[in-house]
Design a protein around this ligand. Structure first.
Ligand code: ZN
Length: 258
């Protein structure tokens, strides 16, 4: 009996070792040709973020959410917090990226270094406690003009992400067709689109724009997938730079690995 067992084990071992080795590139799906990263700031919103997540799931689209961490801090007494926490957990579970948008939506260049450090560290700690994942990307409230090099130094190793093309100003403009037109017109392979998931009109505009862009061959990916597209084995992202896009083959903002 023992002998038969050994023989069958040897046969299994033999079969495993004569199976052809499949190269990694063939095993994993090739990255899509045209990519856009949709990003949503200032959420989560109990109703609109849920609607957006449903819409993204229907389209097999991935996105990045720059969350205000105080909205998901279990230590706060806001009645919406538990719903918000569930939404952020759902984001991670469904393959979206969750980024740091400070703890209280603080304009970082207008406060002290100590306050910047507190806002970013506290936000990362809350996000990690909710999702189990430490955020890799940070978006400063107000955008790149409010991110001095000293802010990026404090934020490091988080990577600072802004946006490209036209700002839809969706917090001000509630005209869905006009926003859809702006998004579609400024679409480019490698673009980062800025929207806010706390407005019904922004959610509608995002999903409608995606339906048009999908027909033009675009895939909707996380900021991480987009920014990693040109890294190869040689390059890495530089925490001292601001990333607003990542066009095919562009290595100008990357740094060589030490
Ligand atoms: Zn914001």
């Amino acid at each position: 009996m023992q002998k038969r067992k050994i023989i069958s084990l040897m046969v299994c071992w033999g079969i495993l070792h004569i199976l052809p080795v499949v190269p990694a590139s063939a095993r994993t799906q090739e990255p899509p040709q045209k990519m856009i990263a949709f990003t949503f700031d200032d959420g989560p919103h109990p109703k609109e973020t849920e609607r957006l997540l449903d819409g993204l799931a229907e389209r097999n689209a991935k996105a990045t959410f720059f969350v205000i961490a105080s909205k998901i801090d279990a230590a706060t007494t806001d009645v919406r917090t538990q719903t918000n926490i569930e939404l952020v957990r759902r984001m991670v579970k469904e393959g979206h990226e969750v980024g740091n948008h400070t703890y209280s939506h603080c304009y970082l260049t207008q406060v002290s270094k100590e306050k910047v450090s507190y806002e970013l560290t506290k936000a990362s700690a809350v996000l990690e406690s909710v999702t189990g994942v430490k955020p890799r990307y940070m978006r400063p409230p107000g955008g790149g003009s409010l991110t001095a090099p000293w802010v990026r130094e404090i934020a490091s190793p988080m990577i600072t992400v802004c946006w490209s093309g036209v700002d839809t100003r969706d917090w001000e403009c509630r005209n869905v067709p006009r926003m859809v037109e702006k998004i579609v017109k400024s679409a480019k392979d490698g673009a980062i689109v800025l929207l806010h998931d706390n407005y019904a009109t922004s959610v509608d505009a995002a999903l409608q724009a995606m339906d048009i862009l999908a027909k033009q061959g675009y895939s909707f990916v996380t900021v991480d997938t987009l920014l990693s597209r040109n890294l190869g084995d040689e390059y890495e992202l530089n925490p001292m730079r601001i990333y607003s896009a990542m066009y095919p083959g562009d290595v100008s903002k990357l740094q060589r690995k030490a």
